[in-house]
Design a protein around this ligand. Structure first.
Ligand code: FAD
Ligand code: NAI
Length: 467
């Protein structure tokens, strides 16, 4: 086993494992180190994958309970939570093993252990058996990801007071679930437990849900979730939590200050964001600069201020998304290999995998207004889409924004069925600098949900035909 590599990647998540695979493809000797015990990082182990497995299963359960009868299907539905969790665990196991396979295929050495950078080109790895392995390399990529942002004064026990990690592994359905933070995690995992029978209350500090998503779409999304039975307390903050004999007593007060009230629940999910994770890496000692939020500072070639040390993914600036980490990883690996790696940050989609889904790319209407950009908007509701009617999923709409002069697509936001898949067309259009007319004049198969995207694009120039 060689102890010297062209590149050592620290962290085996989407940032780390994709960097290692691409480096391997490009013929550079590479090691990827992760302390977790299985590769795939937050995403495969406790993030994207287990949450999507539970979202899928709970959606089918809910559909069987509520929609089957309308479709003429008689069924007796019963929840088997351990089996649902086992399916999730199986998928996670298969995908994390898949990363090991890809490492072997691309001659990447996967090392399980905690890495510490002792000097540029030098990494010390504490292995599970307590021994240390000293490695050397030409370049290091930091891909150590992120961790749960703590709520001051609240201790997460992952049983009653949980982060996303505990919320994807509850052993029973809580009667009452309190979600702190109306962001992506809170609404996705809130949806899982809501569908399985929990009463869900969401406490959000701001006066809106899903900050960062186009305001009109977020409002429509909130209305849909409220119709599903979610309770929202906006402009509200949690100030304390007390364990009682029967559950939890959570103290809340208006965000702007005011009278305290209490909410009783069985489980509280803390989902108020994530913070970059760079603890015990030795960054301060070797002088790698961090910004005020603890993120590793890099230039647009992912280089830190210390020569030979790069960073990608959640631990550096930008949205904390697996595909953003993956794209940065690919670009960084290509740059290290002497190629021209590049990420187009204007065309990174973002999806909330609730039902219906919410998907966005590019600018929001608020951002266009703030930037003083003249734009036109086209919208199309799923109530007017034939396929949405046949699948009984007519809540939501597609909204496309294009430059008023050039017609170039600047942004899109969708709340509706399959929004996460529908947005891909607009991402590709934006990647190619397409106009709304390009989308509007592209043939879309009938009857599909994609026609709603086309009709919204037609709407930019005011010729939506099916409304
Ligand atoms: P990570 O995936 O966090 O990987 C970093 C790895 O580094 C970890 O495994 C850690 O153990 C390891 N590490 C840290 N320090 C060391 C060290 N010193 N030595 C060795 N190893 C170390 N994003 C999406 O795009 N779509 C989704 O649907 C989605 N769902 C999510 C659901 C949940 C519940 C959560 C929490 C996140 C979700 N995300 C999703 C976000 C996504 O998981 C992250 O953006 C992504 O994992 C970031 O990849 P990364 O490689 O930068 O970091
Ligand atoms: P988030 O940033 O999406 O949402 C956090 C919410 O909590 C915000 O609405 C914020 O205003 C609110 N908040 C902050 N402090 C609060 C307080 N003290 N009290 C009440 N509300 C408070 O963060 P979330 O949901 O924890 O997710 C973390 C990251 O993981 C996100 O950056 C997201 O990109 C990623 N993720 C992505 C998923 C996807 O792509 N589908 C799924 C899950 C997570």
């Amino acid at each position: 086993m060689a102890d010297s590599f062209d590149v050592i990647v620290i962290g085996g998540g989407p940032g780390g494992y994709n960097a290692a695979i691409r480096l391997g493809q490009l013929g550079l000797s590479t090691a990827c180190i992760d302390k977790r015990g299985s590769f795939g990082g937050t995403c495969l182990n406790v993030g994207c994958i287990p949450s999507k497995a539970l979202l899928h299963a709970s959606e089918r359960f809910h559909e069987a309970e509520t929609d089957f009868a309308k479709l003429g299907i008689k069924a007796k539905v019963e929840l088997d939570l351990p089996a649902m969790m086992a399916q999730k665990t199986k998928v996670v196991g298969e995908l994390t093993k898949g990363v090991e396979f890809l490492f072997k295929k691309n001659k990447v050495e996967g090392i399980v252990g905690e890495a510490r950078i002792t000097a540029p080109g030098k990494v010390s790895v504490k292995l599970a058996d307590g021994t240390t392995r000293e490695l050397t390399c030409k370049n290091i990529i930091i891909a150590t990801g992120s961790d749960v942002a703590p709520l001051p004064g609240v201790t997460i026990d992952e049983k009653q007071i949980v982060s996303s990690t505990g919320a994807i592994a509850l052993s029973s359905v809580p009667k009452k679930l309190l979600v702190v933070g109306a962001g992506v995690i809170g609404l996705e995992l809130g949806s899982v437990w809501k569908r399985l029978g929990a009463e869900v209350t969401v406490v959000e500090f701001l006066d809106r849900i899903t900050p960062g998503i186009d305001g009109e779409i977020a409002k429509a999304f909130q209305r849909i979730l409220t119709k599903q039975g979610f309770t929202f307390q906006l402009s509200t903050k949690v100030t304390g939590v007390e364990k009682t004999k029967t559950g939890l007593k959570v103290t809340v007060e208006p965000a702007a200050g005011g009278d305290k009230t209490t909410i009783e629940c069985d489980v509280m999910l803390v989902s108020i964001g994530r913070i970059p994770y760079t603890a015990n890496l030795g960054l301060a000692e070797i002088g790698v600069a961090l910004d005020k939020r603890g993120r590793v500072v890099t230039d647009n070639h992912y280089k830190t201020n210390v020569p030979g040390i790069y960073a990608v993914g959640d631990c550096r600036e930008g949205v904390m998304l697996a595909h953003k980490a993956e794209d940065e990883a690919t670009a960084c690996a290509e740059i290290i290999a002497g190629k021209a790696g590049h990420v187009n940050y204007d065309a990174i989609p973002s999806v909330v995998y609730t039902f219906p889904e919410v998907a966005t790319v590019g600018k929001t209407e608020e951002e266009l207004k703030a930037a003083g950009i003249q734009y036109k908007v086209g919208k199309f509701p799923f109530t007017a889409n034939a396929r949405a009617k046949t699948i009984m999923a007519t809540d939501g709409m597609v909204k496309i924004m294009a430059d008023a002069k050039t017609d170039r697509v600047l942004g899109c936001a969708i709340v509706g069925p399959e929004a996460g898949n529908l947005i891909a067309e607009v991402v590709l259009a934006m990647e190619f600098g397409a106009s709304s007319e390009d989308i509007a004049r592209t043939c879309h198969s009938h009857p599909t949900l994609t026609e709603a995207v086309r009709q919204a694009a037609m709407g930019v120039e005011g010729w939506t035909m099916q409304m």
